[in-house]
Design a protein around this ligand. Structure first.
Ligand code: AMP
Ligand code: MG
Length: 359
């Protein structure tokens, strides 16, 4: 009769050689209350590595929470809050990560003709206050908030930043999620410097509806990304994405900016949470923008920027982010139209295609 020790050795040998050990299994991890919203990471990993990979997924989560702790202006001792509260002339030390995001934000400000402007924080605060009190700000208050902060008042140094006026302050709400998603997806694809998850087929990192995928979805299918109806509660259709290039899983991101999820009601009207820095008022006329790009930071930036610029911004996007594709819904609930770049159409499912009218 086989002793328990022999049985164990037989089982271990079988387990080591069985194809089951390499079979892909899907591991989901919910990210609760992350960057002011909900998120998730989904990866397909070999069955034989579940425990190690779960450990790696928790590392992805800590990575994202670490970025949040540095960049959120809702956290009082974050690097951005420290910059915002600093007096003029003070050298505020910043991590390489925060500086990288600020540099990208500054470049985006130039590329978008000022439509993407993380320094419009005082104007954002003014409209948040208006939403709280239910009273619209007057022109004088808007002009005062606009004068408080702008890029020329913030100097980026090699290891930090310095402001020329104390009132200058930033808000990374339109870009930090994208940066965090990129870090997460890099980790899952093993591009991350510190090891990472061993994917068998693909992965997904989502924070508040913005996401990046790599490879293919469970069941060797394309990833399906629902496109929300900005005028209702349902979806308009979906994007179908196989993020594979030359046989290798590559990241591809989809970010949406719109007034369906976050908006304010002031004096009976709905206002977007995106500010048009040219007027100091909430952006209007573009209820939804979806951008697909190789990195989530690029997609995040342009989704916000196109919400301000409208279809005229597509030329700028084509010039500065030629690999990005976009779909805009412009107009009102009664009368609206879809505007899409040619490359975007390659990803839309039949339902969305019918809506766009590009059959
Ligand atoms: P998103 O949902 O990515 O479009 O980001 C919107 C958030 O970005 C807002 O809630 C603000 O925190 C911030 N924001 C608003 N207007 C702008 C703007 N014109 N440029 C950059 N960030 C903005
Ligand atoms: Mg954005």
């Amino acid at each position: 009769m086989a002793t328990p020790a022999v049985m164990l050795i037989v089982f271990a040998t079988w387990w080591y050689f069985t194809p089951m050990r390499h079979e892909p299994v899907t591991l989901p991890l919910q990210l609760h209350a992350i960057m002011g919203t909900e998120g998730r990471v989904v990866v397909q990993v070999p069955r034989g590595r579940i425990d190690e990979e779960l450990h790696e997924l928790r590392a992805v989560e800590s990575e994202i929470r670490r970025i949040e702790a540095r960049m959120s202006t809702w956290i009082d001792d974050s690097e951005m809050s420290r910059l915002n509260h600093a007096a003029a002339g003070v050298h505020v030390p910043l991590s390489d990560e925060s500086l990288a995001v600020l540099r990208a934000a500054h470049a985006a400000w130039t590329q978008t003709d000022g439509a993407f402007d993380v320094t419009c924080r005082p104007v954002i605060e003014l409209w948040r206050e208006a939403a709280r009190t239910g009273r619209l700000p007057d022109d004088k208050a808007i002009a005062a908030a606009r004068a408080e902060s702008s890029w020329p008042q913030i100097e980026l140094l090699t290891d930090g930043a310095r402001k020329t006026v104390a009132t200058a302050r930033v808000d990374l709400g339109g870009i930090a999620k994208g940066f965090a998603i990129d870090e997460g997806i890099d980790y899952t694809t093993g591009n991350f410097a510190r090891s990472g998850v061993h994917l068998t087929a693909g992965g997904l990192v989502e924070i508040g509806g913005d996401l990046a995928v790599s490879g293919r979805a469970p069941g060797d299918k394309p990833w399906r990304v629902d496109v929300r109806d900005p005028f209702g509660t349902g979806t308009l259709g979906a994007l179908e994405i196989s993020a594979v290039r030359e046989g290798r899983a590559v990241p591809l991101a989809v970010c949406t900016s719109g007034n369906y999820a976050r908006f304010s009601q002031i004096e009976g009207r709905r206002y977007s949470h995106i500010i048009d820095p040219r007027t100091g008022r909430p952006a209007e006329g573009v209820p939804s923008v979806t951008v697909l790009a190789p990195t989530a930071m690029t997609a995040d930036i342009w989704a916000t920027a196109l919400s301000v610029l409208g279809p005229e911004g597509l030329n700028l996007m084509n010039q500065h982010a030629p690999e990005a594709e976009a779909m805009l819904i412009v107009g009102t609930v009664e009368e609206h139209s879809y505007i899409c770049t040619d490359g975007f159409l390659a990803y839309v499912d039949q339902a969305l295609k019918t809506r766009i009218g590009a059959l």
